[in-house]
Write a protein that binds this ligand. Structure first.
Ligand code: DAH
Length: 365
């Protein structure tokens, strides 16, 4: 038998194979159990020892030659396939980048983070309470008994049913009930702010049925009005990032504070727009009311489970939405809650713009 010719023919077919399936078929044809070269090897058994010595190495040589050719062709086909895949899968860097993630941080959320950051620096913790309240926490314990006229001013949303204790249930009309809950839960001394949603049945360009307040409460020994004034001034300077903030404190009335004080902030008129800062008594501008505050009424300290002979404090309540409008220049409160993505794109903040005192709590550069 002409092994050389058999080998050449097999190798020619192997080299001509253009894909891995064809090559595998050839391997089976030559070297498989029923393969032609495997068949030749089987014939060795029938030969006498002398002939076997001559034929054996020839057939083994043929087998090895074909086996090497199969391996070499397989490697070649596999790397060609890989090359083709790499070529097909190249990234086209001239394509436009994928769209950036959408969405922004609402100015209210941003301002609340700013508040938490500024007050944390003054040693205040953040407290919270339920938006569905009972009238004891929302009114009675804040020195507004059932017949109190101040209750009528709150345009309260009541629930039809009372709770197990027989208390009327309502949507909290202010964040002040968190004062009561925190005193009862934590005792004194205390230094907290409580930002959150509040609800009143009221709606126009500057009022929405849901809005936001931040409550402040400090309970300690020997606390006086000077501490309140310093705290508010320090806060407002940090919040508006201006040193020239001028405050005007006016006597007022809240059932839960005695004395009660309303705080106005001075503004200047720039191109007809109100800009916070400057002293209105020295030029064009005026005063805007920004918050209510006062020394915590001793009745409220008692309701909070503390001895008013030992503990005093001050409290304040600020409209967060209004603060945001003053700082970032929106003029219609209703747009805050429309969910209009154009408004959110314009006034919203990047999730990466986290307010910090070192980096600035204000508008990004
Ligand atoms: N709770 C008041 C309101 O919603 C705001 C307020 C005034 C809160 C004086 C206070 C305060 O803590 O001392 O109108």
């Amino acid at each position: 038998m002409d092994y050389a010719a058999t080998g050449q023919e097999a190798i020619a077919r192997i080299v001509a194979a253009t894909d891995l399936e064809t090559l595998e078929a050839l391997r089976v044809e030559f070297l498989g159990k029923q393969g032609s070269i495997s068949g030749l090897l089987k014939t060795l058994g029938k030969l006498d020892p002398e002939a076997r010595k001559v034929e054996g190495p020839k057939i083994q040589g043929l087998r090895e030659e074909v086996s090497n050719a199969l391996t070499a062709r397989k490697d070649a086909l596999e790397s060609a396939a890989l090359e083709a895949r790499l070529a097909a899968e190249t990234v086209d860097l001239s394509l436009p980048a994928p769209e950036a993630p959408r969405g922004s941080v609402h100015p209210i959320a941003q301002v609340m983070d700013e508040l938490a950051e500024i007050f944390a620096d003054m040693g205040f913790a953040v407290a919270s309470g339920p938006e569905i309240e009972d009238d004891w926490h929302n009114f009675t314990a804040l020195n507004m008994p059932e017949s109190h006229p101040a209750r009528a001013m709150h345009d309260t949303f009541y629930f039809p049913d009372r709770d197990e204790a027989g208390r009327e249930m309502l949507l909290r009309t202010h964040t002040s009930p968190v004062q009561m809950r925190t005193m009862l839960a934590q005792g004194a001394p205390l230094r907290i702010i409580a930002p959150g949603r509040v609800y009143r049945s009221d709606s126009d360009a500057t009022h929405t049925p849901m809005f936001h307040q931040v409550e402040g409460l400090v309970i300690d020994k020997d606390v006086h009005l000077g501490h309140l004034k310093w705290t508010l001034e320090t806060f407002l300077k940090a919040f508006f990032e201006r040193e020239d903030i001028v405050l005007r404190l006016r006597p007022s009335y809240f059932p839960f504070t005695e004395p009660s004080i309303e705080v106005d902030i001075g503004y200047t008129l720039i191109n007809g727009k109100r800009v916070v800062g400057g002293d209105p008594s020295k030029g064009e501008g005026g005063w805007m009311e920004v918050l209510g505050s006062g020394m915590v009424n001793r009745r409220v300290v008692e309701f909070g489970g503390l001895d008013p002979e030992q503990w005093q404090g001050f409290a304040f309540g600020i409209g967060v939405d209004r603060l945001a409008m003053l700082k970032y220049g929106m003029d219609d409160l209703r747009a805050f809650f429309d969910g209009d993505h154009r408004w959110l794109n314009h006034y919203g903040f990047s999730a990466l713009d986290v307010p910090t005192l070192s980096g600035g709590v204000g508008t990004p550069a």
